[in-house]
Design a protein around this ligand. Structure first.
Ligand code: ADP
Ligand code: MG
Length: 276
């Protein structure tokens, strides 16, 4: 495989959208595998108690498995709990277990509760070119930890009714985090997912998203493709399950674009419409 450009500093990308079922997990796992297949060292952090990213990585995540829960509670480091993923050398996954479901409440009384993940990542950062964080479908303390830890946010948007509804809430939260907790946070990337070319609606949504986010929107659009949804059942991503499928090819293109663009420079950040 060709080698994609290594970022000068570790890119920490939080995949967030408080809506469920928009393709967060699918996006996080496929980008992680694609980047690792091209010579980059990648850590994928599963931050959803459902553990769907862990499933797709073929990584154990039954209750009690050393996981991101232990990291947030401060009893383990990321290094301790990250496990190698078979799909690619250079790819590791921090699993999430159902134990994480109670973390919101357990963390609530602790000091620096929204900085837990950031602190853990700072110890791991030098080992990775990319750290991808898969968020749960809520704007609670787990997602807040991911927003405080991230340098960039990637928002997957499903080309469906109500796609943009609720996005304002996410963007408000991001703005709040930027002003109070993480000044360099930036919505760098938007990815259109589950695109169905047969519907005019999908085109309308895609146009609207491009108008709003401009150059932040990745050119490669992810089609709805049954191979993508089958892959997790085999403990895989579509990248290895069916590399020739339309789903795999479009995620590969999206990952390439993400890698080639690099992280937007501070001057380009936070401008509506993006960088070019
Ligand atoms: P989220 O993490 O935002 O809840 P998921 O990535 O789990 O969303 O996707 C929701 C469901 O849609 C899953 O069953 C997944 O396999 C399926 N899915 C995601 N992307 C695609 C796609 N491009 N084509 C077909 N099915 C998809
Ligand atoms: Mg998910």
């Amino acid at each position: 495989n060709e080698v994609w450009p290594k970022p000068a500093d570790t890119r920490i990308i939080t995949v967030a959208n408080q809506k469920g079922g928009v393709g967060k997990t699918t996006t996080a796992v496929n980008l992680a595998v694609a980047l690792a297949h091209h010579g980059l060292s990648v850590l994928l952090i599963d931050l959803d108690p459902q553990g769907n990213a862990s499933t797709a990585m073929g990584v154990a995540h039954h209750a009690g498995t050393p996981s991101v829960y232990d990291v947030l509670l401060g009893s383990s480091s990321l290094q301790d709990v990250a496990v190698p993923v078979e799909a690619a050398p250079g790819l590791r996954c921090v699993p999430a277990t159902i134990d994480l479901a109670g973390a919101d409440i357990e963390l609530a009384s602790q000091v620096a509760r929204e900085h837990r993940l950031r602190k853990a990542i700072s110890g791991y950062e030098p080992q990775a070119d990319y750290i991808l964080i898969d968020c749960p479908p809520a704007l609670g303390l787990l997602t807040l930890n991911a927003l405080v830890a991230g340098k960039e946010i990637l928002i997957p948007i499903q080309c469906e009714y109500y796609a943009l509804e609720g996005l304002a809430q996410l963007l408000n939260t991001v703005e709040l985090v930027r002003t109070q907790l993480n000044a360099t946070l930036d919505v760098s990337t938007v990815l259109l997912t589950m695109y169905d070319s047969r519907t005019r609606l999908a085109d309308q949504v895609a146009d609207e998203v491009r108008q709003h986010f401009g150059a932040k929107v990745i050119r490669s659009v992810i089609p709805r493709n049954v191979r993508v949804s089958e892959a997790p059942g085999y403990g895989q991503t579509v990248m290895t399950y069916d590399a020739g499928s339309r789903g795999a090819v479009s995620y590969l293109e999206a990952a390439r674009e993400l890698a080639e663009r690099g992280r937007p420079s501070p001057a380009e950040q936070n401008q509506p419409g993006g960088s070019s």
